[in-house]
Every structure is written in structure tokens, then in C-alpha cells.
Design a protein around this ligand. Sequence first.
Ligand code: XMP
Length: 463
Amino acid sequence: MILSGSPFSVRDQGSPVPDLTNIRTKYPLLGVCYGAQFLAQLDGGEVLPSQIREYGRANLSEVNSNHPLLKNVNTGSQVWMSHGDTILNLPENFSIIASTHDVKVAGYQISGEETYGIQFHPEVYHSTDGMELLRNFVVNICGCEQSWTPDSFVDTTVDHLKEQLGNDKVVLGLSGGVDSSVAALLLHKAIGKNLYCIFVDNGLLRKNEFEQVLDSYKHMGLNVKGVDAKEQFYAALDGKTDPEDKRKAIGKTFIDVFDQEAHKIQDVKWLGQGTIYPDVIESVSVKGPSATIKSHHNVGGLPDYMKLKVVEPLKSLFKDEVRRVGRSMDMSEHLLGRHPFPGPGLGIRILGDITPERVRILQEVDDIFISGLRNAGLYNEVWQALAVLLPVNSVGVMGDERTYESVVALRAVGSTDGMTADWSHLPYEFLAKVSNDIINKVKGVNRVVYDISSKPPSTIEWE
Ligand code: XMP
């Protein structure tokens, strides 16, 4: 059993209090971040707000490498922290097994129990030995087998979908991204022609993306209909600048368009969605409304009147697992390797007003950046790259003329799951060339900046 992190503080009234009566001492138990603080406080330890904010990278300065949880976790190993509280004093029967320079209690075990706590997040990419730690826990301590493979996932999921859906019809919105495409292929394997796919052009896609992606879906044998709804989206976004207002407007318009199209299919009973695990975690707050970070519109956005049941075959997977599943179904590397692209598209990368002209500017900038990455062989080195059009004009000089034009920000990050990320150290020469190309070729832009923030505390998208 793993007790995960939480946006709550253990000191908050109403923070989650798991009942461990039938678990603790009966099964191996690992508390992570909040989970570790919870276990420490439960036995009389002291958890207080940290003196400094502890977000981002840290290194283990002391590690008990003989400890079964920490086998192959080395001193100096990078770990990712994201917490506002810290464990100051441990109860007597707890022993420290790892520390960082700032966090004395980075890991502990409770004597006489297979109960452990760690303050950092082993599940994230940037905890370099995090996978080792989790493997130690799951395989060595819990004695589980590592039997999950993409092939076995495809087999069991397709069987399950066949049983669940029988002869029912399913309608699914494709986005051009990996998630909805893999979900569509799984459903297609299970129910064939009873899957009806709809691909909406919301006017916020990348340059030429609608035509290209539609074409590749048809090649995959999917039954897909493309719908041009650009004007409807622009009208809904008119005058909206707040990120959540934009997401809602885009989400609502998508549902309207989708609903209209879905109604043209007779007797459809199910809605297929490419929801993956991080969408669920970041969109749904476990307790109370406070912790939703961004309301990703592809989660839970279905109006009741559509009366469709939801089928989400990828709901328990992380992005890297989705890619592995797609690969095992022979999906093209071009589609599989595509960087994640948010449902609201360029709508959350155009800060301020969204107009067709500003969409055009960002499409051009994005195209130069992304094709530049591909040409330089850097595209697969980064997890996600994007350009942001800022609501700021800056002064420049072109020829002898003073200009007063838009600023764009470029962002490229490394990650495995989008939950945490670090900015990519792209070569200066590459950045110089891209910046030059953008300013020379895209009318309306006279300045390019590069974003060097990690997540947390920043997010990947700017809105
Ligand atoms: P953030 O900005 O939250 O992004 O660090 C994490 C990942 O989620 C994507 N993202 C979205 N995807 N609808 C989506 O379908 C959204 O509203 C949304 N907002 C962010 C983002 O591109 C990144 O991959």
C-alpha cells in the first residue's frame, strides 16, 4: 500500500485521514510526502511548515544503502521535492534512512514494521533513482511480479471492451494527440465499425494540423469525420482573457459541436475518451474544490442530457505507458512521438485576446520552432515544446524603423508524465537560429524569450 502525496497539509482541519487498521503491520506500507508526514504525525511526531519553500530538485546527502528500500539509491542521487511542511521530529521507534542538506527526514522506517516514509517524490522522472526505490518496494519488499506489458494490456483491455460494449455504438472525439488516437485504436480493435470518430477543427490547432492528422487517421482505417467549427470557437472566445473562462468556453463549444455531430449517428450509446491518469489527478479534487490545478476540459465535461455512458480505456495509464501501448499496436512513430498538445490547443497559449490574427501569428511561430526542433534532431529529446504569444508589445528596431510588436516565449521541457518537468537545455546556437527565423519571418513579432522554469512551481503551459 502506498499513501500518496496530497495538496493538503496534515495540520489542516479536514485533511484526509486514512483508516489503516486493516493495513498497517499487515501489509508493507510506504508513505510519500503527505503520506510520510501523516504516518509520522499519527505516532506523535512533529510536522511543521518548512522554513524555506522546498520545491524542485534536491540531492540525498545521506543514504542508508543497506536498507532494502534504498538498494541502488546512491548518495548524491537527485530527488524531487514538492512540499510546504516538513517532519521536524520523529517518534522514538522511527529511524532515519535518508536525508538531504535541507531535509533531515527525507526517509524513515518504523522499527519492527514494514512501514516506511519518504519526503520526496520517487514517482517523478527527475528523481533519478526513484524507479529503483519503487521497484525495491514493490518487487523486493512486497514480493509482486512485474508482469505488466503493453501487449498484455492491449489483450485484456480489448477483451474487456468487447464484453462491456457488445454491439453498442461508440462515438469518440479525436484530437490529433497520442491519447485519443491510442484510445480509438483500442476501441477499433474491440468493436470495429461501431466506433465513430469525430475530429473537430476548433481553429486552435497547429498550422496545417487538421488536414494532416485527418489524413493519417483515415490511413489507420478509422471511421472518422472532420468538422470545421473554427468560427464557432472564435465567437465563443470573443472578449475572453481569463484562462479558466477560455477553457470553459472552448469546452462548452466543443461539447455543442460534438453533440450536434453525435446526434447524427443513430442509437449511439457510449462516449469514448482518451483520458489518462494525470488528467484525472489534476482535474478531480479528492476532497473539496480547492485543489484543482487546471480544469482540463477533456475530463468530466459531458452534459447529462447527452445520456451517453463513458468508456475511457486509458484512464489508469501515464503518457509513457500510452505510447508503449500504441507502439505495440503498430501505430506510426510520427503520431506516437508527437508532443502532448492540450485540448484547448493554442487557446491557452495565446495570453489575452484570442483573434484569428493572433492565432495565425502563433501558428507561424510554433511551426518554425517545432520544425526547427525536428530538423535539428532535437524533437525527440524534449517531452513537450510550445510557443506562447504574450499580451505584451515591446520596442524593436528593424531597418531604421522603430517597431512595437508582440513578444513570444518558447518553452521546451523534459518529463515523463507531465506531472513534473524541467526546462530543456537547448543549444544556444539552435535558440539563436530559431529566434532569428521567427523575428525575420513572422510579421508582428519582434522579440523571442526562452522560459527557464521547472514544474513545480511553474506549470508547463502558461495558462
Ligand atoms: P500543465 O500546464 O498543467 O500541463 O503543467 C501538464 C500537461 O497537461 C497539458 N494540459 C492540458 N491538456 N487540457 C488538456 O487536454 C487542458 O486544459 C490542459 N492544460 C494543460 C499540458 O499541455 C501538459 O502536457
